[in-house]
Design a protein around this ligand. Structure first.
Ligand code: ADP
Ligand code: MG
Length: 238
């Protein structure tokens, strides 16, 4: 399961309110994509769902359990960042297994989980390498593998492809779509790339200045945008 609900979520940094009351439902197994201009609050929203940022108001619920004030490690949520944030001194295997090790899982169990994730992401041959010995695309796959081994109910991706070149972006996007199918997990994915949004999403949430402007299936927003702002993001001709 992995059903996410945000109710009246707000966030202020000092006197400035940057998230202004977001209500959102993401169904179990759904691929939900956040789009919107730079600075509209996509990353802040994701960080609040992950527990990396305090919520100023409202609630976050996962499978009916309120998690608004739980520490990140207790949320059953994994986040994949744009910068891969791998530990340079650890091998691929140890980077992927670290969270399980910290949570006190047995060695054999960690090994089995990392082997499984490595196979899923074609990283089997790279398990003993260190991040410096990998390409950008391979590092991003390790970052995704690190999320998979925790078996989270919910995956969060913050512009995971934006540091990759065009060809790798397409390849990695296809891998993420496959991963979604294989795992059946709920995913919330931030991008400013229309093609990514249109091809990956079951549901697109268009954000504007800390509020939800429109929510819908890709073709629904494409064919019936609420206004020119949404049309500008989803790319239907004016
Ligand atoms: P996006 O990811 O959509 O580009 P962000 O969530 O990063 O937007 O930022 C939303 C707004 O919140 C921006 O105006 C940004 O400057 C502001 N902001 C983000 N993090 C902080 C912070 N730690 N302190 C102050 N302002 C912040
Ligand atoms: Mg951002």
């Amino acid at each position: 399961m992995g059903q996410l609900t945000l109710s009246g979520v707000t966030k202020s940094f000092g006197p400035v309110e940057v998230i202004k009351g977001v209500d959102l439902e993401v169904a179990d197994g759904e691929f939900c994509v956040f789009v919107g201009p730079s600075g509209c609050g996509k990353s802040t929203l994701l960080r609040m769902i992950a527990g990396l940022e305090d919520v100023s108001g409202g609630t976050v619920t996962l499978d009916g359990r309120e998690i608004t004030n739980l520490p990140p490690a207790r949320r059953e949520i994994a986040m994949v960042f744009q910068s891969y944030a791998l530990y340079p001194h650890l091998t691929v295997r140890d980077n992927m297994g670290l969270a399980l090790k910290q949570a006190g899982h047995a060695k054999a169990e960690i090994r089995a989980a990392t082997d499984r994730a490595a196979t899923m992401l074609s990283l089997d041959a790279l398990l003993d390498r260190r991040p410096a010995e990998l390409s950008g695309g391979q590092r991003q796959r390790v970052a995704i593998g690190r999320a998979i081994v925790r078996r989270p109910k919910l995956f969060l991706f913050d512009e995971p492809l934006s540091n990759l070149d065009a060809a790798l972006r397409v390849q990695t996007r296809i891998e993420i779509a496959k991963l979604h199918r294989d795992l059946g997990a709920t995913m919330v994915y931030v991008t400013h790339d229309q093609v990514e949004a249109m091809t990956l999403a079951d549901k697109i949430v268009v954000l504007r200045a800390g509020k939800v402007e429109q929510t819908g299936a890709p073709m629904q927003l494409y064919n019936d945008p609420a206004n020119t702002f949404v049309a500008g993001f989803i790319g239907s001709p004016q």
